[in-house]
Design a protein around this ligand. Structure first.
Ligand code: C2E
Ligand code: MG
Ligand code: MG
Length: 645
């Protein structure tokens, strides 16, 4: 019966378009993309030879040499499709280290393909796989079953592998890959019973089209500027690494002056710069024949997952990349200085899960530029990473079991010559990590939302203290309570604070709320509303940490602030005349605005005297006392205030 090749023509078009789209959509870097492209090219060639073979079959009048060549090539390319699909699945599930890197597995997997190849070559002489009768008609020989057997072998191997690692793949991807098997099985069965209907390659083409849309999805995964994979793919691949426990080296490359460059170069030019950096990184790896997956997470943050555990190799690579980026990087014929921090993570020795890696990424981002490669271990030590990693749970437990404590640091009034106020400062002690400073856990609490409950807890403790009979006898007029920026954005902050005070019958004048400069420089109407609302209810506000960050006093003026607290960095004046002059001018300016001033971080008598002279109203610092537990604070104030009275 005459073979119907229309399906093959359609397949050619689909495979051809897939190749073009792989190239135009920049699906060329990374193993999965490369595997997929090779698969599509092989299928394209299979279809081409299928068509050519059928074409020559139709030319009657004996056997043509081309007929033999094309049928042989068709069977050759056809036979390598399933082994390639197996490799694709292996790379998709990130399990190369457990399969192809194992010599026994590799040999075992190659044997059936080698047998098939051998029979195919031998067929040129023995004609046992296929042959032609005198009229030139193609006839399957007694060894043709080898093709089916070998295909069966790889099919089973693919399925076993897919099911073994199914947890690694998102459900949609798993089913898309799996769907290929029943579809092709059906097509082969149809073609077996109706050999003239050449639909197998067409079904393959449709399946690949589907895989390319659902599994590879470059729009979602590939960064348009650099051609590197994006954050989503990075997170997904880290998850795979977490599940498979594969050993790799991860290079984290951060251009720390990216924002400055972005601001001066503009959007499209900095996109070109990112592209050039990406090219340089991948070129260096390729030159050294290093297998790697490349990621661009935006804002000058590049990641390279290197398929090599060899530490000296990774170090050498990291050094080369850092040197090439830092030493005279040429961009548009101008030498620019890229301050690139390069950090090496040995996975899984240093970090073994995706969440920790992402957290580490944000910590590492804050590292100032340093010449010389960084090690994750070292950065983690500096950043208290072990604590940070567990902080979500620690905070949750501390809230549940009321493990937080509130300490009080006395604040000295220069005019009254005694301690008239105090700042409430939260303390957290854990069995595992000992004392955890608020500077470390407050930012995490702000991120995970526990800050609202923490704020509630502190205010409640403070109110309970103020409500005690003893409090009135201390001569402490009010207690300063820190409000985080995130709390200031809470819709019903004013109502909640008032409710807590109401429950303990505490007058708002007894509470002084501290907001930071960053909070004051936000223009969120919610925050302004909150502050104005609370101020109308009788609360006083101070601006904490003045002198850090972006001093935006002009914006702060618009808010109902009564006190400015000079940050420690402004009060460490020693004998530096310039710093003293800044202090004097700052104090004069604040006084002119009719606000009171607290000098924070006063540690010695000389500095105390200086700030008293300059006209500060209040002094806070270790010179008088560190923050103290409530009982010690009471004892301290009792003793000091009675002496000074
Ligand atoms: P802050 O509000 O500026 O608090 C002053 C910090 O300076 C306290 O650190 C205090 O112990 C420290 N300090 C006081 N005198 C001296 C001194 O003479 N020398 C030095 N070197 N340091 C001094 P602490 O308690 O570690 O708190 C750090 C920051 O954590 C606070 O800075 C505040 O921003 C935040 N924080 C503390 N408790 C709370 C809280 O209950 N809620 C919120 N939202 N933030 C809090
Ligand atoms: Mg404060
Ligand atoms: Mg402060």
């Amino acid at each position: 019966m005459e073979k119907i090749a229309y399906f093959d023509y359609a397949s050619i078009v689909i495979f051809g378009l897939l190749i073009v789209s792989c190239i135009t959509r920049k699906m060329l870097k990374g193993r999965q993309n490369r595997d997929f492209l090779i698969l599509v090219v092989v299928n394209f060639l299979t279809t081409v030879f299928d068509i050519l073979a059928v074409m020559f079959d139709r030319m009657n009048g004996g056997v043509a040499v081309e007929q033999i060549i094309f049928h042989t090539l068709y069977l050759f390319f056809h036979s390598i499709t399933l082994p390639l699909y197996l490799i694709f699945i292996i790379d998709l599930t990130g399990s190369r280290h457990k399969t192809l890197k194992n010599p026994t597995y590799k040999v075992l997997m190659a044997i059936p393909l080698e047998i098939e190849g051998f029979v195919l070559v031998l067929n040129l002489f023995t004609h046992k796989m296929f042959y032609f009768d005198e009229a030139g008609t193609y006839i399957r020989g007694p060894l043709f079953f080898v093709n089916y057997l070998v295909a069966m072998f790889y099919l089973v191997a693919c399925l076993i592998h897919l099911f073994k690692y199914r947890k690694v793949l998102p459900t949609i991807k798993f089913w898309s890959i799996f769907a290929m098997f029943p579809a092709i099985f059906l097509a082969v069965a149809i073609q077996f019973f109706a050999p003239h209907l050449l639909i197998e390659m067409f079904v393959c083409a449709m399946c690949f089209l589907y895989v390319s849309m659902v599994v590879i999805r470059p729009e979602e995964n590939i960064d348009a500027e650099t051609g590197f994979l994006r954050m989503g793919a990075y997170a997904e691949n880290l998850k795979i690494l977490e599940m498979t426990g594969k050993h790799v080296g991860i290079m984290m490359i951060n251009v720390s002056n990216y924002r400055t460059l972005y601001r001066s170069l503009g959007y499209s030019t900095s996109g070109k710069l990112s592209f050039q950096i990406a090219e340089l990184i991948s070129e260096i790896c390729e030159k050294k024949y290093i297998e790697a997956d490349y990621y661009y997470l935006g804002e000058g943050k590049f990641r390279v997952i290197v398929e090599n555990e060899d530490r000296p190799v990774i170090l050498e690579l990291a050094r080369t990349i850092q040197n090439s980026l830092s030493d005279g990087f040429m961009f548009r014929n101008v030498e620019i200085s890229l301050l690139a921090n390069v950090c090496i993570v040995h996975w899984p020795e240093d970090i073994r899960d995706e969440k920790a890696m992402m957290l580490f990424g944000t910590q590492y981002e804050e590292m100032p530029y340093r010449k010389g490669v960084l090690y994750a271990k070292e950065v983690m030590r500096q950043k208290n990473f072990d604590i940070l990693k567990s902080l979500d749970q620690i905070l949750e437990d501390a809230l549940t079991y009321r493990r937080f404590e509130v300490y009080y640091q006395p604040i000295y009034s220069v005019k009254e010559k005694k301690f008239t106020t105090a700042e409430a400062l939260i303390r957290l002690h854990t069995e595992e990590f000992g004392f955890i400073p608020p500077d470390l856990f407050i930012p995490v609490a702000e991120q995970n939302g526990t800050i609202h409950r923490i704020g509630h807890y502190v205010l409640e403790e403070v109110c309970r203290f103020i409500a005690e009979e003893e409090f009135d006898s201390l001569g402490i007029k009010c207690i300063d309570v820190n409000l985080s920026t995130v709390q200031c954005l809470e819709k019903n902050l004013a109502a909640e604070i008032s409710m807590i005070l109401g429950a303990y019958k505490v007058d708002p004048s007894k509470i002084n709320l501290e907001i930071t400069e960053t909070a004051a420089s936000f223009e969120y109407s919610e925050m302004v509303k909150n502050i104005e609302n609370l101020s109308a209810r009788g609360f006083r506000f101070s601006l904490d940490d003045y002198g850090t960050g972006y001093s935006n006093i002009s914006r702060a003026i618009g808010m109902p602030l009564s006190i400015i607290k000079l940050d420690k960095s402004l009060t460490k004046i020693e004998d530096n005349m310039k710093l003293i002059s800044i202090g004097e001018h700052t104090i004069r300016m604040i006084k002119d605005m009719d606000m009171e001033i607290v000098a924070e971080g006063i540690e010695d008598e000389k500095t105390l005297k200086k700030f008293e002279e300059m006209g500060c109203d209040f002094i806070q610092g270790y010179y008088f006392s560190r923050p103290l537990p409530k009982d010690q604070f009471i004892a301290f104030v009792r003793e000091k205030n009675s002496i000074n009275n």
